[in-house]
Structure formats: C-alpha cells, structure tokens
Ligand binder design. Structure first.
Ligand SMILES: *Cc1c(COP(=O)(O)O)cnc(C)c1O
Length: 646
C-alpha cells in the first residue's frame, strides 16, 4: 500500500469494507486495516461507514478528525442514510450534518449496491454536490453482469464472454484469462468492439495491436467504424466489420472449429447477440462454477494446515461434477500441488487437456504400464498381488514408476493390511525402479465427533506402519491421510499433504466452518411455461400434484435425467425463483419439473435456482437422505458447465 500511495496520492479515500480477502497474509483484521489505511495518509477526505466498528475505531484513533466523514443507518454519524426496500428498488433517506433531509430513489435492492451507493452519496455531498444532482446520477445507474464467463460454444469452441464493457485495462485482464485456458488444437481469436471510453486516438489502436501480439492472438476481428483508419496497425489477415449486425451476418466466414474465442465489446455493441449465436445449442440448464469462490475455499483449507504442507485436490468423477479439465486447470493456476483421480482414463483425460501437475490414480485396475508411464500417472498400490505383478513388470522395464502405497487402517475399502507389510517391504527393497512417491490412508469417520477415538487410532496406526516402511526401504514418500473433513477436525495430522475434495466447492461436511466457505456451484435453469390453474386441478404424471387453491405453476427445464433427483417431487424440495422459495409440485419428470409459483409474478424465461447459496446443497441432500457428493456427481452431461470469474 505504501508503494501504491506514492503512485496514486489520493486526496479522497473511501474505506468501503473489510472482508476476508488476503487474510492469510495478516496477523489479524486490525493489521489488515492498518495496511489499507496507508493509502489514505494524505487524503483530505476519508469516508467510512460508522457501523463497521473495527474500521471506524481504527480511523478515529489514527486520523485527524477533520478529514473523517462517516455515514451510518443510525444516529451518531455525519450523515444518516437509512434504507427502505420496496418491490422495484429502494429509498434511501438522508439526514445530513445540518439536518437537511432528502430521499434518494434507486432501482437497487441488494446489500452491496446499497452500501456502495451510500458511500457515493456521502462522497458527493462532501464534495459539495447537491442532492438533486446526485439523484439524477443515481437514476442512470443500472446493474451490469460484470463477469467473465467461460462457456462452451458450438463446433467444439470455447467462448470467453466479456460483453459488458470494454477498455484497455479490461482487455488486458481478459487476454490474461484467455492465456490461462488450454487450447489443444484451435486458434485464439479475439472479437473486439471499438473502445468508446478510450477515444479514437492512434495510441489506443496501437496498444490493442501490441496486446494482440503479446498474447499471440491468431485472428483479430474488429467491430466498429473507428477501426477503419487504423487497419494498417493490425495483422493483414484481420477482419473488420462496421457494426455488430455485419459481423452477425458473417460469422460463418470465421470458420470456427475447436477455437478459443474471446468476445469483448462495449455495452452499446450488444455483443451478447454474438455470444448467443456462437454458444452451443443446449437447453438453458447450467451448472455455474464460481472460480473466485473455489479459490476462496482453497485458501481457507490451506490456512488450516502448516505452511509447506502440500495440497492434493481430488478431481475424480469429473471433479465432483464440476468439469475436470477446467477445474484442474484453475487449480494448477492457484497453486495446488497434486491432483488425484479414481481411474486411469480420468488421468489420461487430464493430460490430454494440458494438465501438468502430478496425478495420483486411486484405482488403476490392472496396470497399463505403458499408459501410466506415457502420461506420467502415479498409480496407487493397494494390495500385495498388485505390488507383485507391478514389480515383475518393472523388472523388464527400463523406466521408473512412481507409486503411492495405500494402507488400510480401518476404512476397509482399499489398502494393504498390517499382515501384508512384511512381504510388501521385502518386494520394495528388491525393486529399485518402483519409487514410493507417497504413502497414505483414508479416514472412515473424519466428519463426525463420535468417531474421534477410531480416527485417532487410524492415524496412529498409519504413522507407525508408514514409519516402518520408510525405515526399512529407505524411501522418502509424501505422507497423507486427511480429506476435507479431516483438515478441519485434525489439521495437526496433516503429515506432508492433505487431500481436499468436497470442501473446495464450499461444502463443509462437519458443519463446523460452513460460514467460512463460499458455495462454488449453482445449478440453475429457466421457466419454460407458466400457467394459471384452479383449485383442485392436478399436475404431472400420476396426477400427484394438486392445487390447494387457485394459483400459478411454472414448468422448469430440468428433470431427473439432468440429476435433479426424482425424490424432490411433491414439495420435498423448493427452488429459488424471483428471490422466493417455490415448492416443487407433482412428480419430477425426466426432462422437466413443475413448481408452485402462486403469487410470485413469474414469467417464461425467468431463472430458477435449484441449488447454490440458497437452497444449499447440504440442505437439499438432507431432504432426500443423501449426501451432497451424490447430488453433485449426479448432474448429467446435458447440463452446461460455465465458469465465472468475478
Ligand atoms: C474422495 C477422496 C477424498 C476427498 O474426500 P472429501 O470428503 O471430498 O474431501 C480424499 N481421499 C480419498 C482416498 C478419496 O477417495
């Protein structure tokens, strides 16, 4: 911050919020506030929300009162700005320092926006702007979908949809995101509109051309009249169109196939139409994976264990339904050390998608030595027979094979028993080209306090058996035994590595630290039809649903074939529509289900959330007596996966 302060030298500061981001680098919240405040050393105005008490206290102790300007819902601040929400927006009531009052109107209803707006009002008032002028500006604010989204396109393409704004800094960010995606065979294509905010000077176009080169874009497509004078700055094979309509008519000319396409346009260009046309034809049921939340959760688990402890992430079963290649790729970026899959073909799939992290294969079946070696996959050896046949095969193999030994300490699933250890050790002593990269065990009851004694005995038997193997064979393995639940309950037994699974998606199966995680997966669909029904009418197969009163029923484009379990039928589950919970009515069908949306003012095309922040996967699973794992991994291949980065 000290370095930034020198560059920016801000005269007006707004201390918006203190959240949990970057917590891992600070002793406590106060230390983080102190660091942030370095930015405001020479500010003439420093605006803050009084009821953020930690921030308020720090500022009041450390800054000259003449620069501080506070606002709050309640009395005691310079500006009292209270909020009343109504159906289509909110009213913000101001009582100012000199008891001037004013009512602002805004179309926003969400917490974060209302907080931001009140910061803005306070700043504008402090600078002497009149409430009427501020109100005029507020009216022009509207919500924008500010998220970079990775989608699947038709003809094997991947699309990066960034069609909400366009400036040079944003372009660079989007190109950076693009460069982190894996392109197996296709081209990297950028479809870019003119940048209205940046103006039409030559330097802007030069910078764009430089970025193209820097990020090795294979094909550039410029949209807007402004490009006309600067075509010479761009590679000769570039395409230019005067308007969005023109490119829409000529999309065929791009001959897209397996390409990675970044679509970035200023709002006015309406590039969402380009995205729509390039998107894979699929119904509108989407599993949305929020990569920011994934990262947040990853960091939370990393903070629980000693620095230097490695993290293996379990990306078996298509990464718990989230999409193995994309999630593994992101994990590679944020610093995971190891990956693990259940079967060899899952590992091969990751390698074919450019994943370079070490990969452990839990259940390799009969060993395809060549396949494993060719793809640098590290199989688990979980019994003596396997170890024997593997060491025999390695006798006539010139290469080296890294393996992980699984010890059964009580799970009774896979793993070597204590009785097998002697023989295993003597085989390992003789086979020099088998490298024991890891030794691990799996806990049977890490998620429940009642199993504590059992778990501790598993861990202690793991410790002594693995010690023995290490001493007698001289190997230097990574030792690991904790799954997500174990990391929370027994972080002191992390050994050299932990195996993170469900926690990455924001599900804390112990329910001890659920509030510290963010739900990373949201399953959503759209309303296909809404109809008005009368009391007594029945709905769906077997006429199981019945209207208790007159009302409306919405048909949703998701069914049990998509992984929306049939046991959710007849009110077992509710879905979130228009911010309200609507119960499922009647039986869930294969491709569709119905929800009672009486009084919710629902229309065709409205979004319905099956799970996410609300309803939570945990609650939903409990309703049908299963576990979140089953719900996640059951989401069908027909459901599009989309990855968003806020
Ligand atoms: C699936 C699995 C994990 C991860 O379990 P979570 O409960 O999802 O954290 C860890 N270790 C092994 C051996 C597994 O099979």
């Amino acid at each position: 911050m000290a370095a930034l302060t020198q560059i920016i030298q801000p005269q007006l500061g707004i201390f918006t919020n203190i959240g949990s981001a970057h917590d891992e680098h600070f002793e406590d919240t106060r230390a983080k506030i102190e660091e942030k405040c370095k930015l405001f050393q020479s500010a003439k105005y420093l605006i803050y929300r009084k009821d953020q008490t930690q921030v308020g206290q720090y500022l009041e102790e450390n800054f000259d009162p003449s620069v501080l300007i506070s606002w709050s819902d309640k009395a005691g601040a310079d500006y009292i700005l209270s909020v009343k929400r109504h159906n289509n927006g909110s009213k913000i009531y101001l009582i100012g320092k000199d008891f001037q009052t004013y009512t602002f109107l805004t179309s926003f209803r969400d917490q974060a926006s209302l907080e931001n707006i009140r910061h803005v009002i306070t700043a504008a008032l402090s600078l002497g702007m009149k409430p009427e002028i501020i109100q005029q500006g507020l009216k022009l604010l509207h919500a924008v979908d500010m998220r970079l989204t990775l989608k699947s396109g038709s003809k094997g393409c991947k699309l990066i949809d960034d069609s909400y704004n366009n400036d040079l800094a944003g372009l660079e960010l989007a190109l950076e995101f693009m460069s982190q995606q894996i392109t197996a065979s296709g081209r990297k294509i950028l479809i870019l509109s003119e940048m209205q905010q940046e103006g039409k000077e030559e330097v802007v176009f030069q910078k764009i051309a430089w970025l193209l080169k820097h990020y090795s874009i294979d094909l550039f497509v410029g949209v807007g009249k402004g490009f006309a004078d600067f075509k010479h700055l761009f590679p000769a094979e570039s395409d230019f169109y005067e308007s969005t309509d023109m490119i829409l008519r000529n999309l065929e000319a791009l001959s897209l196939s397996n390409d990675l396409v970044l679509i970035k346009g200023a709002r006015a260009y309406g590039f969402e139409r380009v995205v729509q046309k390039l998107e894979a034809l699929a119904h509108e049921t989407i599993l949305e994976i929020n990569l920011n939340s994934l990262r947040h959760n990853f960091i939370h688990y990393r903070q629980k264990i000693k620095p230097g402890t490695k993290i293996m992430v379990m990306v078996k079963a298509f990464a718990y339904g989230g999409g193995a290649a994309e999630i593994a790729n992101y994990l590679q970026e944020i610093g995971a050390d190891y990956l693990s899959v259940a079967y060899t073909d899952e590992g091969v799939f990751l390698r074919n998608n450019g994943i370079t992290l070490p990969i452990m294969v839990m259940n390799p079946g009969s060993y395809h030595l060549e396949l494993l070696q060719e793809h640098a996959l590290e199989p688990v050896v979980y019994n003596l027979n396997q170890l024997k046949s593997l060491s025999n095969a390695m006798d006539s193999n010139s290469g080296l094979l890294s393996v992980h030994l699984e010890l059964d300490t009580g799970m009774r699933r896979l793993g070597m028993s204590d009785q097998e250890l002697d023989e295993a050790i003597s085989i390992l002593q003789q086979c020099s080209n088998l490298k024991v990269a890891g030794i691990f065990t799996h806990l049977a009851g890490a998620d429940e306090a009642v199993h504590k004694d059992f778990t501790l005995s598993q861990i202690s038997s793991f410790e002594s058996s693995s010690n023995r193997i290490i001493q007698e064979t001289g190997c230097k393995p990574i030792r690991h035994c904790l799954n997500s639940a174990g990391i929370i309950r027994y972080p002191e037994f992390a050994f050299d590595m932990v195996r993170l699974g469900i926690g990455l998606y924001g599900i804390e199966v112990n329910q001890l630290e659920q509030d510290k995680l963010q739900p990373a997966m949201t399953l959503k669909t759209v309303v296909s039809q809404v109809r008005t029904l009368q009391k007594g009418e029945t709905i769906g197969y077997g006429r199981k649903g019945e209207m208790k009163n007159d009302g409306e029923v919405a048909t949703l484009a998701i069914g049990y074939a998509d992984g929306y379990d049939r046991r959710f039928s007849n009110g077992k589950a509710t879905v979130l529509i228009k911010g309200q919970m609507a119960p499922i009515i009647g039986n869930v069908c294969m491709d569709m289900c119905m929800a009672d949306v009486t009084g919710l003012n629902v229309f065709e095309g409205d979004e319905a959330i099956l799970f996410g922040a609300r309803p939570s996967i945990m609650d939903l699973a409990a309703k049908i007596e299963t576990i979140p794992y089953e719900l996640l991994t059951g989401i069908g291949p027909r459901v599009k996966r989309q990855y968003i980065l806020d």
